[in-house]
Design a protein around this ligand. Structure first.
Ligand code: NAG
Ligand code: NAG
Ligand code: NAG
Ligand code: NAG
Ligand code: NAG
Length: 213
């Protein structure tokens, strides 16, 4: 009864088997495309440190510990939303990356697909002796502020949410004696370690294909 005479073997000429393999292959490909996610792009679009502004040597400005910043978060994915947990920003004065001079928290939020967000605010630096920085810029050199960002993100795929993924990025932002960021187009925050999850998914996908074929 189980023998239908068609020879259920997976020989190269078995059309049912071929169709199964092709359908499964496409299903795997579509699933992979549908589940593929990419981290949002984070950048510091603007940074302004008034105390470093050479043309303002007033007493008031010499005691100004403000650091103005403009953080941009860009969800480049066309059909997936991003849920950010609270985002911690940490500011360092290079090369001292063991002692943060300021912290800031951007409250978590949801970002729709293809959306960009700017967060502009100001932090007050603590425990920073500006001597070295002032000497630096007055000699015509630049000062480097290291900005670190860390949060967890979930992705919204159609109607379900993925688990949380760590998003830890940072970059050095160069400021000159105008107190302003030198790179006018902004500085992209990058992850210190290479992106592993993408490679892992690719490996999984290739494995799946190998098993199917
Ligand atoms: C520092 O300078 C900026 C720009 O001049 C000003 O808006 C800010 O209020 C100053 N901060 C303090 C604490 O004086
Ligand atoms: C997020 O930050 C806000 C303050 O900005 C705080 O009240 C809240 O508890 C934080 N949430 C988490 C989950 O840490
Ligand atoms: C970093 O700054 C802190 C506080 O000013 C100081 O105690 C520490 O020695 C500094 N570290 C380096 C490597 O400069
Ligand atoms: C920033 O946060 C870290 C860790 O919570 C803390 O040790 C440090 O004192 C904070 N620095 C400032 C300037 O608030
Ligand atoms: C400092 O940077 C600003 C902004 O990029 C630029 O307009 C200015 O010319 C720079 N100043 C010097 C002395 O390089």
């Amino acid at each position: 009864m189980s023998d239908n005479g068609e020879g259920g073997g997976c020989g190269p000429c078995s059309s049912i088997c071929c169709r199964f393999i092709i359908t499964s292959g496409f299903a795997a490909l579509f699933l992979w495309l549908a589940l593929r996610t990419s981290q949002p792009t984070c950048s510091i679009q603007d940074l302004y440190v008034p105390i470093l502004k050479k043309t303002d040597r007033s007493i008031g400005n010499r005691n100004n510990n403000s650091i103005f910043f403009d953080l941009k978060l860009d969800n480049g994915m066309k059909e997936k939303g991003v849920y950010y947990d609270n985002i911690s920003l940490t500011f360092f004065y290079d090369p001292n990356t063991s002692y943060p001079i300021a912290n800031y928290t951007v409250p978590g939020f949801h970002q729709g697909h293809g959306k960009k967000a700017h967060w502009k605010s100001v932090v007050e630096a603590h425990g920073q002796s500006w001597e070295a920085a002032l000497k630096n810029v007055s000699n015509g050199n630049v000062s480097v502020f290291r900005v670190g960002l860390s949060t967890k993100v979930r992705f919204k795929i159609i109607f379900w949410h993925t688990k949380r993924h760590n998003l830890v990025v940072g970059a050095g932002v160069v400021v000159n004696d105008s107190g302003k960021i030198v790179k006018k187009k902004g500085v992209k925050l990058k992850s210190g370690s290479p992106e592993r999850s993408c490679h892992l998914r690719l490996l999984l996908f290739s494995g799946l294909l190998v098993v199917l074929l």
